[in-house]
Design a protein around this ligand. Structure first.
Ligand code: NDP
Length: 283
């Protein structure tokens, strides 16, 4: 049976470290989360963010806009937050209602405050190995891989999924860590064979238990990003955990694996943005 990577514990340690660094600063890093409408799934996430941010010493607030808000109103709010000196990080909760173009809103955020790391400038920096803000979920996965003792240079890494928010930046981070990276997706031929080659497998597809036990190479490290709701209402990952765990060297559970890391890395990004804006990077 592989070791179960406890994302809750790793995230708690990361948040404690951030809290200690913030306690030593003469200011509180400011985070603003903008929510349009009342999507219940993101409601829990937003509340958890607020709680974690406050506990770690951030000046954090959620700004709620009505579901029928116009794109121009949201863009004006983003502009206000861009120029507000008390705000270091801006996160617009996705998905947005259909009347609002997501790309327009993401592009309007000051890249220096883009703590989700979705702005094209930050995506470009990641792709060209320049310092910038990195998307939270893949950043969290890198923390977990290090925690699991993964030897990254030269390792064969397979990323399932190629979305802008998880798969693509995940592959970039693994490449930057000198892995040999394969990106697989819905058009990949023979997905099980691609997965079996992986020493590090990151699944981010959003299909419950797509990855079966016999897709896992003996001794692989398996990171399950998927969050899916099963027929019984319980959360399940993209990996069939009970089948995969005996073959893996280490594996993340769902829930309690990658999920808690995403919020911790959002806070880490907010602190990094706050320090960089004040010329204190590395403090
Ligand atoms: P998207 O739907 O944007 O992307 C899914 C990707 O998976 C696509 O690249 C798609 O391929 C690929 N895919 C879909 N079906 C298959 C299949 N049958 N075989 C192979 N590849 C397939 O999802 P996200 O990247 O936003 O999210 C992925 C999962 O991660 C979801 O479950 C989501 O809830 C979860 N998530 C979890 C987070 C966390 O904090 N733990 C944060 C963000 C997401 P193609 O490009 O060809 O369509």
């Amino acid at each position: 049976m592989g070791r179960i990577i406890d994302g809750k514990a790793v995230a708690a340690r990361l948040r404690e470290g951030l809290a200690a660094r913030i306690a030593a600063l003469p200011f509180r890093p400011g985070l603003r989360v903008v929510r349009v409408g009342e999507d219940p799934a993101s409601g829990v996430y937003v509340r958890n963010k607020d709680r974690a941010a406050a506990a770690a010493g951030f000046d954090s607030a959620t700004i709620q806009l009505p579901a029928d808000c116009r794109e121009s109103d949201l863009l004006m709010l983003v502009e206000d937050l861009n120029i507000d000196p008390a705000v270091d990080g801006i996160l617009v909760q996705l998905p947005l209602p259909p009347q609002i173009r997501q790309d327009r809103v993401i592009a309007a955020i000051d890249p220096a405050k883009d703590v989700d790391g979705f702005h094209p400038v930050n995506a470009g920096r990641l792709a060209t190995q320049q310092p910038g803000l990195v998307p939270c979920t893949p950043k969290g996965v890198m923390h977990l891989l290090r925690e699991a003792g993964a030897r990254l240079p030269g390792a064969r890494a397979v990323v399932l999924g190629r979305s802008q928010i998880v798969g693509r930046p995940m592959a970039q981070l693994l490449l930057a860590a000198d892995c040999t990276v394969t990106m697989a997706h819905s058009r990949t031929r023979d997905l099980p064979a691609e997965c079996r080659r992986a020493e590090i497998l990151v699944a981010a597809v959003g299909r419950p238990a797509l990855v079966r036990g016999d897709w896992i190479g003996e001794g692989a490290i398996v990171i399950d990003v998927g969050i899916n709701r099963g027929a019984d209402g319980k959360l399940v990952g993209d990996v069939a955990f009970a089948e995969a765990a005996p073959r893996a060297a280490a594996i993340t559970p769902v829930p309690g694996g990658v999920g808690p890391m995403t919020i911790a890395c959002l806070l880490e990004n907010t602190l990094e943005a706050a320090l960089a804006r004040r010329g204190l990077a590395g403090a």
